[in-house]
Design a protein around this ligand. Structure first.
Ligand SMILES: Cc1cc2nc3c(=O)[nH]c(=O)nc-3n(C[C@H](O)[C@H](O)[C@H](O)COP(=O)(O)O)c2cc1C
Length: 192
C-alpha cells in the first residue's frame, strides 16, 4: 500500500507554509498519499492514521510559538489518555515523523531554531514515532523596514526560503518517501 503522510504546519507569515508545500510535493513525487493541513485545519486529525507525520513551525524566541506549544501539549494529553505515551517510549514499527522549522537566526544562527526542532521531535518520540529528520530552513522576517534581514548572524536572508531552499526541502522529502515506502513494504511482508 502507498505510504500515507500528514503534513501539518503553523505559518503566520507564509514561510513555513512554502516549506510544507515543498515537502508535500517531494513526498507526492514518490507516490505518497499526502494530506496537507495548516495547524488550524488539522483539528483532531489522528497521527496514528498515517505512516508519516510531518509537523512544521517557525522559531519564535528560540522556541515554538505558543499555538504550536499548545498543540503539542494537546496531542500528548490526548494520546496519553489513550495509553499511547509509554514509559521508555518504545518506537512503533511503521510510525515515522519529520519536524521542520523555519528561522531567521539573527542573533546566533541555527542555534535559535534547534530548541524548537528538539521540542517537536520529543513530542513525536513520546508518542512512539521514530523521528527521521529535523529539517531547518532559513526564513526571512516579514518586516520590510527591518535591518534584521540584512545584518543578522546569517547575513542577507531576504527572499528566503528561496527556490534553492525549497528544492532542498522537496528533495529531502522525496528521498525520505522513497526509503519509507521500501521500509513499509518490508514491514508488510513480515506481517507487522
Ligand atoms: C514573533 C517572532 C519571533 C521570532 N523569533 C525568532 C527567533 O527567536 N529566532 C529565529 O531564528 N527567528 C525568529 N523569528 C523569525 C521567524 O522564525 C522566521 O521569519 C520564520 O520563517 C517565519 O515563519 P512564517 O513566515 O511561517 O511565519 C521570529 C519571528 C517572529 C514574528
Amino acid at each position: 500500500m502507498a505510504l500515507k503522510a500528514l503534513v501539518v504546519y503553523f505559518s503566520p507569515g507564509g514561510n513555513t507554509r512554502k516549506v510544507a508545500q515543498a515537502i508535500a510535493e517531494g513526498l507526492a513525487e514518490r507516490g505518497t498519499e499526502v494530506t496537507l493541513r495548516s495547524l488550524q485545519e488539522a483539528g483532531e486529525e489522528d497521527f496514528y492514521q498515517y505512516d508519516l507525520v510531518c509537523l512544521g513551525a517557525p522559531a519564535y524566541n528560540f522556541n515554538v510559538p505558543e499555538p504550536v506549544l499548545r498543540y503539542s501539549k494537546r496531542q500528548l494529553a490526548r494520546y496519553g489518555r489513550q495509553g499511547r505515551v509509554r514509559l521508555r517510549a518504545p518506537a512503533l514499527p511503521g510510525k515515522w515523523a519529520v519536524v521542520f522549522i523555519t528561522y531567521g537566526g539573527p542573533h546566533t544562527g541555527i542555534a535559535e531554531a534547534t530548541p524548537a526542532g528538539d521540542h517537536l521531535a520529543q513530542m513525536f518520540r513520546h508518542l512512539g514515532f521514530q523521528v527521521r529528520g529535523i529539517w531547518y530552513t532559513v526564513g526571512e522576517f516579514h518586516d520590510p523596514e527591518s535591518r534584521v534581514n540584512l545584518y543578522g548572524f546569517l547575513g542577507d536572508i531576504r527572499g528566503r526560503p528561496n527556490e534553492y531552499d525549497l528544492g532542498v526541502a522537496r528533495t529531502n522529502a522525496a528521498g525520505l518517501a522513497f526509503v519509507l515506502a521500501y521500509e513499509k513494504e518490508e514491514l508488510e511482508k513480515r506481517g507487522s
